[in-house]
Ligand binder design. Structure first.
Ligand code: SF4
Length: 319
């Protein structure tokens, strides 16, 4: 069962001996959790080729966390180049073989197709929730999305069916909807702050967020080809390039579709890929007259400053 790792607020300082101080908290926290023994239940750790920080973490992991085997996965940088699909398929075949060797049994095409069908069902449910995102308290919505990334899909199905839209009286106090952009779901404090400011979230362009649920894999045909085609078709993260699918165009279309009043860039401190992406995105938002705010996330200790900035942004949007 894949479990996505998220940064946690606690810092035991164990990663500091291995990483420079200008490393993002996403990577630092993963290594800190591993060195503290909190990930010992994992059968393995998969790291995809994304940014330079993740590449560095790959080498550090092999050397410093030998008890948790590492599966490095090489995603192509350019997603629409002629060799991208071939390369990705070779990486998927290699990953399958390495996981088979680790677990000691063969992963059949039928296994993969069964898993694809389960994940497609889950993705359809999450898409439905995101389509109505602004009806929900952002804290509840993102707690549920986290469940999808970290627990068996059955747990999400149960939790998702219990999720109710708020009563009309509560709706009035949450009139304004924001769109979020950033690397991962971010610190839960962000959603506390947004709810506390009287706003909701209309959707997101987190690397690990709504975009992950946007496209299904084909349930017929070759399973690895279906997985590769899905990965290549997703809206690219800032570490990838796809000429026909601009992140800025995608963001603008979703902001309009969901009626979001503004965009909050929730960037991890020291994250270069999202720093470069930000420069392009704000040009598009400025051109379209969409207000935006940049906040930098590090750890939960930043909550006070975060609250002040988000509240001021929401007040400005109300004015
Ligand atoms: S993309 Fe940014 S936040 Fe994610 S691991 Fe790389 S540097 Fe860190």
């Amino acid at each position: 069962m894949p479990v996505f790792l998220f940064p946690v607020p606690e810092d035991r300082g164990l990663a500091r001996a291995h990483l420079p101080g200008f490393t993002c908290w996403v990577a630092s926290s993963a290594l800190d959790q591993a060195l503290a023994g909190e990930l010992d239940a994992l059968a393995g750790m998969a790291l995809a080729k994304s940014c330079d920080t993740m590449q560095g973490l790959t080498d550090l992991w092999r050397r410093n966390v030998p008890s948790i085997p590492l599966f490095h996965f090489g995603m192509p940088i350019r997603l629409d180049g002629p060799a991208a699909r071939e390369y990705l398929l070779a990486e998927l075949r290699s990953l399958r073989e390495r996981v088979e060797a680790q677990v000691g049994w063969a992963i059949s095409d039928d296994d993969l197709r069964e898993s694809i069908a389960l994940y497609n069902r889950t993705r359809a449910r999450v898409r439905d929730l995101y389509g109505r995102a602004s009806q929900f308290d952002p804290r509840e919505l993102y707690a549920l999305v986290r469940t999808v990334f970290q627990q068996p899909k059955e747990a999400f199905e149960e939790a998702g069916s219990r999720m109710q839209a708020p009563s009309p009286s509560l709706s009035r106090s949450f009139a304004l909807s924001l769109f979020l952009v950033g690397p991962s779901l971010g610190d839960p404090v962000l959603f506390d702050v947004i709810a506390g400011a009287g706003a909701r979230v209309g959707g997101d362009l987190f690397d690990l967020g709504e975009r992950y649920f946007a496209i299904d894999a084909a349930e017929e045909g070759d399973a690895l080809e279906a997985l590769a085609d899905r990965l290549l078709a997703l809206v690219p993260t800032p570490t990838k390039y796809r000429s026909q699918r601009s992140r800025a165009d995608f963001l603008l279309s979703l902001v309009r579709e969901r009626g979001a009043c503004g965009v909050v860039f929730a960037r991890q401190k020291f994250c270069d890929p999202h720093g470069f992406d930000y420069a392009q995105m704000v040009r598009a938002l400025d051109g379209a007259g969409v207000p935006h705010l940049l906040v930098e996330l590090e750890q939960a200790s930043q909550a006070g400053q975060l609250r002040t900035r988000v509240e001021a942004f929401v007040e400005m949007l109300h004015a």
